[in-house]
Design a protein around this ligand. Structure first.
Ligand SMILES: [Zn+2]
Length: 435
């Protein structure tokens, strides 16, 4: 559909449908390209300060801009210090100065023993909090149990801010891992890793979180859902009006366990990528609105930590680097399944914006919103090469993937930041502080 986006002072002032010939100063004609709202990725590990050798604001926000993502929300772990108190948040703000090509916000963290710090983080402007129900892989970010969750939910009562949870319980993982180790399995085999993170770890955690969301009437959000076995629980809870939301990630929609080579630890993430039938069930749930939206969980590390030469899934760092690829990855899967491009606006922009308290400001082509938009060619076909990756370390399971759709330009608050593979202008990204 032809349209004209009118921008004044960095915001959309008007969206005109149809071929509107009335004069607009400084008119840009994007021809037949598709205009999408600037994407919002509410699940990214930027790792700065403290682990800038893994990733950082400069490289992460460049990767974002190249992929049409105009807002990143940073996870509170993998940086040092972890974002579990206001001092750590201030250190992050200082580290980000002058380095961000797109806008960003920071989730706060809930760890064992920091309940007294939550109120100050709310006042300092975090849009919500993330916690783990299992070891996070980072010793400085301690996982929480039900009693910690109850204390945190009591503390946050009345704020309306969401609690984001990594929903795997350690019980089923520990049992499965002990059983595998007792039978001397091959840890290079992907099947071994998959068996070590069973569906029950997710379904049991999600059952607990649904119970707490219902009891506390508190918004709880399940991050990176992998197991389709949890979908009936979630659909049922939502039918009852429980304030629970859920995201999945591009890797769970694009890859399947059957196709992951043994030793290919660049595909390691937790929860794991499951089988093809599971992948199709996630697509179905996304189409039906049981899954709210799609993010990357971009979680890179230095190459050595993937321990590719040993290829042992139990020893490699768990995290997939993919920032900048989500739009063509999702669109490739959608076009194979006959899903309309318009859904991108909800699944990759409005949905995550809502979670981060940015509804009406980010991720939408509506008057009053920041004039963030993407010029997208939905038909271009290309193959991912390391040169296409703008994050710090060029390792990703998507290298070699044949994708459909390419970002031509990215605009942030009415200004061009990326065009045809090149970055434009000085870093103009801002922190979005929750009011
Ligand atoms: Zn994550």
């Amino acid at each position: 559909m032809p349209a004209t986006l009118v921008v004044e002072e960095g915001r959309f002032s008007e969206i005109r449908a149809g071929n509107d010939a009335s004069p607009v100063p400084d008119l840009h004609d994007f021809g037949d390209a598709v205009l999408l709202p600037g994407l919002v990725d509410s699940h990214v590990h930027i790792n700065e300060p403290g682990r800038t050798e893994w990733e950082g604001f400069w490289t992460a926000t460049r990767a974002a801009a190249a992929g049409g993502v105009t807002t990143l929300v940073d996870m509170p772990l993998n940086c040092v210090p972890e974002t579990v108190n206001v001092e750590a948040l201030e250190a992050k703000r200082t580290a980000a100065q002058g380095k961000t090509l797109v806008d960003w916000a920071a989730w706060g963290g809930i760890v064992r023993g920091n309940v007294e710090s939550l109120g100050a983080l709310v006042n300092a402007g975090v849009p919500g909090f993330k916690c783990f129900l299992i070891h996070s892989g980072i010793d400085g970010f301690a996982w929480v149990d039900e009693s910690d969750l109850r204390a945190a939910l009591s503390e946050l009562r009345g704020t309306g801010l969401p609690l984001l949870a990594h929903a795997e319980l350690c019980g089923p993982v520990n049992v499965a891992t002990a059983r595998l180790n007792a039978s001397h399995v091959d840890w290079r085999a992907y099947a071994t890793y998959l068996a070590s993170r069973p569906d029950e770890a997710e379904t049991e955690a999600i059952a607990l979180l649904i119970r707490l969301a219902e009891e506390f009437e508190a918004p709880i959000h399940i991050v990176h859902l992998s197991s389709a076995k949890a979908l009936p629980l979630l659909a049922d809870a939502r039918k009852r009006g429980v304030p629970i939301t859920v995201e999945t990630c591009t890797q769970y929609l694009h890859f399947c366990a059957e196709e992951i080579p043994d030793g290919a630890t660049e595909s390691k993430c937790a929860p794991p990528i499951r089988d093809r039938a599971n992948c199709e069930a996630l697509w179905k749930a996304l189409g039906e609105g049981v899954i709210d939206f799609v993010v990357t969980d971009h979680s890179p590390c230095p190459p050595a930590m993937k321990r590719r030469e040993e290829g042992r899934w139990d020893l490699a760092w768990g995290g997939i680097a993919s920032l900048g690829l989500a739009l063509p990855v999702l669109w490739s899967g959608m076009s194979q399944r006959g899903l309309p491009l318009e859904k991108i606006a909800e699944w990759m922009a409005a949905g995550p914006a809502r979670l981060a308290g940015l509804e009406g400001m980010k991720g939408a082509l509506v008057p009053g919103a920041d004039a963030d938009f993407v010029v997208f060619d939905p038909d271009s076909k290309w193959k991912v090469a390391p040169e296409d990756l703008h994050f710090r370390h060029k390792i990703s399971p998507y290298i070699g993937a044949e994708l459909r759709g390419r970002v031509i330009e990215t605009w942030l608050r009415g200004e061009l930041v990326f065009r045809d593979g090149e970055f434009v202008g000085e870093p103009r990204g801002r922190e979005l502080v929750h009011p």
